[in-house]
Design a protein. Structure first.
Length: 353
């Protein structure tokens, strides 16, 4: 994808998006509703035309707005899975899955074996003769996925394929999809606004906002090293505070001097916004730069506890493996190494603003 722009009348859906997907790679577009994720997928699929830019697949230019060239969707070696279970209700599971093969004129003898393989891959063998109304939602989505992989497309596009499933099934399917990708060596472009999904499955994540890519990297890179306040917020940083840059690698925030990684050009003594992940705090002894506060709320999450802690009228969200205490208890906290990031941006988080 090279310099993709897309305008719907006055709406700028994409304002210059460039990225590459390697063979066998799992790339995720992560971003809030309306940031342009589906528009990218639709352009790659060939069902939407970019206003400007080029798309190249396997060395072949499939979109070139300069040359006015656009390869139709059916000749692009890809398939797409949608959020809604797009299976044909009047066809059995086997017929649904065989559809792309019939379309590609694969001989009948080979078809049956390929359908069996695809159904086995999504653990739906034994369901071949059922109709979609005889399946659960999760099973229908598996059929849709089997259909998308049966012809072994060069690229698989998935637009929030798990968001209609319940939480438990979503987690199971997340692992199944990743297993399929690894076992079959599939190249995937995956769309989600669920950061947990993106972190769990991707080789590389593109964090998007307002029609552009804010940041690109491995899940660890984008989670641990957000390059903008918007990216930090989108990756689950809930604590952001206005502060000042006290010196190199030191910020003054919440009335204390704390170590922080500084992103952007901030002048010493100048304003910064400090972001701290909920899991960036550790219990500490009082005194020094320790943060003293009072617990407002403790929430048990299963593997961890979330605490809402009042620090001089400011609320911190703090996640720890052990319970820090109950409502009304006093706590003192320190920062885990490299937990705080200071952005040379105003707290409103408008990039460049
Ligand atoms: N056919 C269209 N006509 C006008 N505006 C459109 C059209 N399709 C998309 N848009 C606009 O383009 C922007 C990007 O839409 P897109 O569907 O790509 O977002 P998205 O990131 O997939 O969001 P979601 O997570 O809600 O699915 C939105 O502002 C949307 O309203
Ligand atoms: Mg969408």
């Amino acid at each position: 994808m090279d310099g993709l722009e897309k305008y719907f009348g006055p709406v700028a859906a994409l304002t210059g998006v460039s990225f590459t997907i390697g063979t066998g790679e799992f790339v995720t577009l992560l971003g809030p509703s309306g940031c342009g994720k589906s528009t990218i997928l639709r352009i790659v699929a060939g069902i939407e035309e970019p206003s400007r830019g080029a798309v190249t697949a396997g060395g072949e230019v499939v979109n070139d707005t300069e040359a006015g060239r656009m390869t139709p969707p059916e000749t692009r070696d890809l398939s797409m899975v949608f959020q809604s279970y797009a299976v044909w209700p009047h066809m059995t599971v086997a017929k649904n899955v065989a559809f792309p093969l019939r379309y590609r004129k694969v001989p009948r003898r080979e078809r049956a074996a390929m359908v069996d393989d695809a159904l086995r891959a999504v653990r739906m063998d034994g369901f071949a003769d059922r109709y979609p109304h005889q399946l659960s939602g999760g099973q229908q989505q598996r059929v849709a996925i089997a259909r998308s992989i049966v012809a072994r497309p060069g690229l698989l596009l998935l637009d929030e394929p798990l968001s209609n499933l319940d939480a438990r099934l979503r987690e199971d399917m997340r692992i199944e999809l990743k297993r399929l990708q690894l076992e079959l060596g599939l190249t995937m472009l995956y769309v989600t606004h669920d950061q947990a999904e993106a972190l769990a499955m991707s080789d590389r994540i593109l964090v998007m906002d307002h029609g552009r890519v804010l940041q690109e990297g491995t899940p660890e890179e984008v989670y641990r090293g957000p390059e903008s306040l918007a990216a930090a917020r989108f990756l689950g940083v809930k604590n952001t505070f206005g502060g000042t840059l006290a010196g190199p690698g030191t910020v003054e925030v919440l009335g204390r001097k704390l170590p922080a990684r500084v992103v952007g050009e901030a002048a010493t003594g100048g304003p910064v916004t400090v972001a701290i992940r909920p899991d960036g705090f550790v219990p500490a002894s009082p005194g020094g730069s320790a943060i003293a506060g009072e617990i407002r709320l403790t929430e048990f999450l299963g593997q961890a506890y979330d605490h809402e802690i009042d620090v001089d009228g400011v609320t911190l969200i703090v996640r720890t493996a052990e319970r820090l205490g109950d409502r009304g208890d006093a706590v003192t906290l320190g920062l885990a190494p490299s937990a705080a990031v200071a952005f040379a941006e105003p707290p409103e988080g408008e990039p460049g603003g």
